[in-house]
Design a protein around this ligand. Structure first.
Ligand code: ZN
Length: 256
């Protein structure tokens, strides 16, 4: 009996230690084995480091050839060309080569929170890109879009419709970045115990060097570095922690 208890305690300790080892080294906690060609799907230049840096750096550390599809140039203040260049530089700072970066510049997909992006147009463009690049994992925003920006949320609905209508290629899955409450959003790394306790399919936590790399990438977005962005960089949980969930079919969810 004592031996069984001892084995159980040692097993739990081993699990906790290996999780901490993964967390501290910037390795993801969770399983995405077999993924060959992940795609990060974002709405604006700077989403890749403001929200997804731990995911990007975690995937690159795992030697996954990540590509990025940005669905606008971020032209809200007529800075589209500048922001496109900053985006390429930021991706390079994160470790994504320009050949793996695509920016859609479509007049019906403007960077504007007051304009609803057409779901069908967006779905078509995303699906074409997925097929061209043989993508087998799409990572994007969830239904709350982290910041609530309608362009972020449009990406979720476009991918959701592709999944529900079974248009995604065989074996292509979708993961969405969890939106947390505003209280947790600005807890920085102090949110780690909460993120760890609550369920997610994959948890990316940046190591110290990865965190600094993410900040360096954000510095490439010079046109966006207003005073409140510096505060964001200091306190946002998303600079250090990303929790993601697999997107399941609506029908599966209803039955499950
Ligand atoms: Zn955005």
């Amino acid at each position: 009996m004592l031996a069984v208890a001892l084995v159980a305690v040692l097993s739990v300790l081993w699990c906790v230690c290996s999780r901490w080892r993964d967390v501290l080294s910037g390795r993801p906690v969770g399983n995405f084995r077999g993924v060959r060609a992940p795609l990060l799907l974002i709405a604006h230049p700077d989403d890749e480091c403001m929200f997804f840096a731990p995911t990007v750096l975690g995937l690159l550390q795992e030697q996954r050839p990540l590509s990025v599809l940005c669905c606008s140039t971020g032209n809200y203040y007529n800075q589209g060309e500048t922001r496109k260049k900053e985006f390429i530089q930021s991706c390079a700072a994160l470790g994504i080569p320009p050949s793996n970066v695509t920016v859609i510049d479509h007049r019906n997909l403007p960077d504007n929170p007051d304009i609803q992006w057409d779901k069908h147009l967006l779905s078509d463009l995303i699906l074409t890109h997925i097929n061209q690049k043989n993508v087998d994992l799409v990572i994007t925003f969830d239904e709350k879009g982290v910041s609530g920006h309608s362009n972020h949320i449009a990406l979720y609905h476009a991918v959701r419709s592709l999944q529900d209508s079974r248009q995604l290629p065989e074996g292509c899955s979708v993961m969405v970045l969890e939106s947390v409450t505003i209280f947790r959003k600005y807890l920085s790394v102090l949110d780690l115990p909460i993120s760890w306790l609550l369920h997610s399919d994959i948890l990316f936590v940046s190591s110290g060097p990865q965190y600094r790399q993410a900040k360096e990438a954000m510095m490439c977005h010079q046109s966006q570095l207003l005073w409140f962005r510096h505060i964001y960089l200091l306190f946002s949980r998303y600079m250090a922690i990303n929790s993601l969930h697999f997107l399941h079919d609506t029908k599966t969810e209803q039955h499950g």
